[in-house]
Every structure is written in structure tokens, then in C-alpha cells.
Design a protein around this ligand. Structure first.
Ligand code: SF4
Ligand code: SF4
Length: 337
């Protein structure tokens, strides 16, 4: 037995959420050739059928590109600080890919480690994630190589499976998801399933064991020399989370802002002295891959990658974690023969 909802009833449900003032985000066409996760104005704009891999990730609904931490106003010798209003509204992300949803519990570690980020945590509490299991994948997908899969439930509150006849099976994964869908589904004999997903692209256990001793490996230069430092990989990645804190304003007042940054930018590590400890692009690429597959998992137990493939898919020179790890595994295994 299962719980199902028709595509029409699901659209009506989205429309009801929007009418009730709930902010709802989902895959939406934002340009002729571009689909992105974005806030929805109308239920019919939400794309829920077929193969859709939005250009961005859902992290921006929890960790926005730009946010004000507080306002400051300077009057004479007095400085007044004002905190932003706490986020009060309920929010829903619908149509997330499993590889996007899985990023959220991985990011929870870093936003709750030495400091509990109230902005991030409030958005996590206020947001329900409804995920659509993948029936198709492209050449860049490699979720199965990092322990996930086309219907991995990690990070999802509800998982939807497309069924024949414009129906979805609804599996509630958390209490939050159960509350969202309570009374909205009907019992059925139909159950959803998905194909096994992409073939494994690399041996994660081998790479995790080996990568820590390969800091000086020539593969970092050989495999990444073509990188142009554009940062598209980091900005479209669901797990990259570098940010910078800057004051934006003038001598009378302004805001202290948190803005996305990326380890692929030459200025990311540039010291005021002019010295740059990572002064070549291969060094920055090594940092990105080692952070994801050595430093972060050593500290928090999770690799900082869900195999979404965005870093390669959106790279104009077809470079990304997958291409670098494939080259690294090949090089390091050959070196030990
Ligand atoms: S790997 Fe590709 S997307 Fe990332 S910074 Fe280099 S050129 Fe840009
Ligand atoms: S590193 Fe690449 S494949 Fe892994 S989660 Fe980030 S964008 Fe996706």
C-alpha cells in the first residue's frame, strides 16, 4: 500500500500554499534555455516532470548569496546596531533533486560547529523540502559514487515518485513532511520506483584512504591546468559554502553583509602583504577537492559532495570534482603498480 496524489491535486496544493502566503520555491524556467530553483508566483510555473536539473542548487534558500547580518548607523560618537527581523514565514522547496536535498544535512555540520549560525538554522527550521526521485540522469551525475542514489532520502522531508497516469507516490520521510502532506493523499496499490542511477565513476573508499598523502601529486597540475578561476563550480555546488563578511555602506551607516565567495578566486587567499599562499590555479583546485574528500570528512564524517555533477556540467572547460577524481585515481593506482 502507498499514498499517492494526482499531478492536478499537487498543483492545487502548491496554489493553496501560495494563497496562504507560504513562500514556495521549485524548478522554474527563468530564461529560454535555463531552469533554476526560484521562488514561484504561480503553481503552473513549477516544473515537475521529466529530466530537469536546475542550474543552481537549493542551498541559496538556506544560505543566500547576500544577506545582511545587521545594520549600523553612526551619529557623532554613537553607533546604533539593528538586527534584521527574524524569519517568520513558513517556506517549502518542492521538486528538489535528491542530490540537492542531501546537501543540507551535510552543510548543517559547518553551520553548527564552532558557531551556530542563527540565520541558516532558522531557515532550516522553517523550510520543508519535497524531493522528486530521479528517473533519468546525465553523463555528469555521479550520486552513486558518493553513497547516494536517485531516490536517496537524506535531507528530504517528503519524496515524490512519478507514476504513470499523472500521479505521484508520496513518501513522507520526516514528521515535518508528514504534517505538510497530512490529508492531501489517497491510499493506493501503486508504488513508485526508479532505475539504479549512474554507474560508479570512482572508488570513494580508495580515494578517501589515499588522498591525504597526495598533496604533492603532479595530478593536481596535470588535471586542472585549464581551470579559468571563474567560480561557476562553487556557485552552482550544493555543498560549497565559502563566504566573506564585509561592511557595505559609508561613514554614516550601512550593513555588515555575508556574501558568497569561492576558493577558486585568486583573491580568496590573497594577504594584505601581497603574498598569496595559493598563487596558482592548480593549488586552488587541489584545495577544493581535498577539502571535499579529505578535510571535511575527516572533521565531520561526511564527504562534501553529493555527486550532483553541477561543477562539471556548468564548467566551460569541463572540469569538476568528477573529472579530477577520475584522473587522480587512474594516476595514483598506476603509480603503485
Ligand atoms: S573548474 Fe571550471 S567552473 Fe570551476 S573555476 Fe575552473 S573553469 Fe570555472
Ligand atoms: S563538488 Fe561538484 S558534484 Fe560535488 S556536490 Fe559540488 S557541484 Fe555537485
Amino acid at each position: 500500500m502507498s499514498e499517492v496524489i494526482s499531478a492536478r491535486a499537487l498543483r492545487e496544493l502548491i496554489g493553496g500554499w501560495l494563497k496562504a502566503g507560504i513562500r514556495v520555491a521549485g524548478p522554474r524556467r527563468v530564461a529560454t534555455d535555463q531552469v533554476a530553483y526560484a521562488w514561484l508566483d504561480r503553481p503552473e510555473d513549477c516544473l515537475l516532470g521529466g529530466y530537469i536539473h536546475p542550474h543552481n542548487s537549493i542551498k541559496e534558500f538556506f544560505f543566500p548569496r547576500h544577506e545582511s547580518l545587521y545594520e549600523y548607523r553612526i551619529e557623532g560618537k554613537k553607533i546604533a546596531l539593528k538586527n534584521p527581523e527574524p524569519l517568520a514565514d513558513e517556506r517549502i522547496v518542492i521538486g528538489a533533486r535528491p542530490c540537492d536535498a542531501a546537501a543540507m544535512p551535510i552543510l548543517d555540520h559547518v553551520f553548527n560547529w564552532d558557531f551556530k549560525d542563527p540565520f541558516y538554522n532558522r531557515r532550516r527550521e522553517q523550510t520543508t523540502v519535497v524531493t522528486l526521485a530521479c528517473r533519468e540522469h546525465d553523463h555528469e551525475c555521479f550520486c552513486t559514487s558518493v553513497g547516494l542514489g536517485p531516490d536517496a532520502e537524506r535531507g528530504s522531508d517528503v519524496m515524490l515518485y512519478e507514476l504513470d497516469g499523472d500521479m505521484y507516490e508520496v513518501r513522507c520521510v520526516t514528521d515535518k513532511g508528514g504534517n505538510l502532506m497530512a490529508g492531501r493523499t489517497e491510499t493506493s496499490q501503486l508504488t513508485g520506483s526508479v532505475p539504479p542511477g549512474p554507474a560508479k565513476k570512482f572508488d570513494l573508499a580508495y580515494l578517501r584512504e589515499t588522498i591525504g598523502s597526495k598533496f604533492e601529486s603532479p595530478v593536481w597540475t596535470e588535471a586542472t591546468l585549464r581551470c579559468m578561476a571563474c567560480g561557476a563550480c562553487a556557485y552552482t555546488c550544493p555543498t560549497c559554502h565559502c563566504f566573506d563578511i564585509v561592511d557595505e555602506g559609508n561613514a554614516r551607516g550601512g550593513i555588515r553583509a555575508k556574501n558568497w565567495d569561492a576558493c577558486q578566486f585568486p583573491m580568496f587567499t590573497l594577504h594584505a602583504s601581497g603574498h598569496n599562499p595559493r598563487n596558482t590555479q592548480p593549488q586552488r583546485q587541489r584545495q577544493r577537492v581535498m577539502h571535499k574528500f579529505s578535510i571535511y570528512p575527516d572533521k565531520f564524517g561526511d564527504v562534501l559532495c553529493t555527486g550532483c555533477g553541477n561543477c562539471t556540467r556548468h564548467c566551460s572547460v569541463h572540469l569538476g570534482v568528477q573529472t579530477v577524481l577520475e584522473a587522480a585515481e587512474k594516476s595514483w593506482r598506476n603509480a603503485t603498480v
